[in-house]
Design a protein around this ligand. Structure first.
Ligand code: XMP
Length: 317
């Protein structure tokens, strides 16, 4: 029978055999999967694991700094790379979702490759790929319908001439969390909602600017923090906010305003393949909406997404 303890023990043994004295490079994302994969590989080969955490300028508010600190606290050999400007520059004027994903994926590979080259004699690329990633990238990006390109699968190893090591590729998310718990990884990382690789880039509908990112980060922060404070965060599988490419009329005092609309989305799901919208309490939504409109300059309207997947997807792009 599968238990996280047995999985951890046998995986570490396998990794030791497979990797020997080789060096591995791994991109951390702040998410559960890459973090658990990193800790497993670190347990097997220690300092021969070199982690890279890229700030693509599309992360949640304060995420880069705080997550980098936790990684260091976990003893990981990690390098933080601020590449915001490179990403913003590559994204300039692109509004098409696939175009944005491709640009983000391309710059990520460039930045990551450049950092990886600095590691003498690196042979392996470590990845936090889990079972549903493999399934989704096969079925979703099948020949008939290229719906989304998941840049966290594929691309990198070919270009870099590295062998791939993916210790979690037989597990589902809940299995990964159990393994993470056995490895005593901070609940703050383990309990985290999934977050897409292209980050806020696919939650800003239309083209991306640093200003829009700043607005969405504030909105997202109020929503996510609100969920935590209300004790609702762990009941929700994934939540976030979308910045819509529409303006709507509002009033402020005697003035009419014409400002941005944001949509809040919270879903329950097991693996992201299907999802239901969460029935969050009205009082909670009201409170979050008031806070957003009062505190975030440039936003005058908040709506809540009540669509399930399918046919809607979790992300709006
Ligand atoms: P959708 O929107 O397809 O999302 O219902 C399902 C899950 O996948 C995440 N997602 C992505 N993750 N790169 C990623 O790494 C992407 O391009 C991407 N698109 C969607 C989404 O956040 C949800 O958890």
């Amino acid at each position: 029978d599968w238990t996280p303890d047995v999985f951890v023990e046998s995986t570490i043994t396998e990794l030791k055999e497979k990797l020997g004295n080789d060096k591995v490079v791994l991109g951390l994302s702040g998410g559960v999967d890459s973090s658990v994969a990193a800790v497993l590989i670190h347990k097997a080969i220690g300092e021969n694991l070199h982690c890279i955490f890229v700030d693509n300028g599309l992360l949640r508010k304060n995420e880069f700094e705080s997550v980098l600190e936790s990684y260091k606290g976990m003893g990981l050999n990690v390098k933080g790379v601020n590449a915001k400007d490179q990403f913003y520059k590559a994204l300039e004027g692109i509004s098409d979702p696939e175009g944005k994903r491709k640009a983000i994926g391309r710059v990520f590979i460039e930045v990551f490759d450049q950092e990886a080259q600095k590691i003498q004699g690196v042979k392996w690329l470590g990845q936090g790929t889990i079972y549903p990633d493999i399934i989704e990238s096969v079925s979703v990006n099948g020949p008939s319908a290229t719906i989304k390109s998941h840049h966290n699968v594929g691309g990198l190893p070919d270009k870099m001439n590295l062998k791939v090591v993916e210790p979690l590729n037989t597990l589902f998310k809940d299995g990964v969390r159990l393994v993470g718990k056995t490895l005593e990884i901070d609940q703050n990382i383990l309990g985290r909602h999934p977050f897409p690789g292209p980050g806020l880039g696919i939650r800003i509908l239309g083209d991306i600017t640093a200003e829009k990112v700043a607005i969405l980060q504030e909105v997202d922060y109020i929503f996510i923090n609100g969920l935590k404070e209300a004790g609702l965060y762990d009941d929700v599988w994934q939540a976030g906010a979308m910045l819509l490419p529409v303006q709507s009329v509002g009033v402020m005092g005697d003035e009419r305003t014409y400002e941005k609309v944001v949509a809040l989305r919270a879903v329950s799901s097991v693996d992201g393949m299907t999802a239901d919208w969460c029935n969050l309490p009205y009082e909670f939504l009201q409170d979050v909406s008031n806070k957003i409109i009062n505190q975030v300059k440039g936003v005058n309207r908040v709506v809540y997404d009540i669509s399930s997947k399918p046919p809607a997807t979790i992300e709006w792009e």
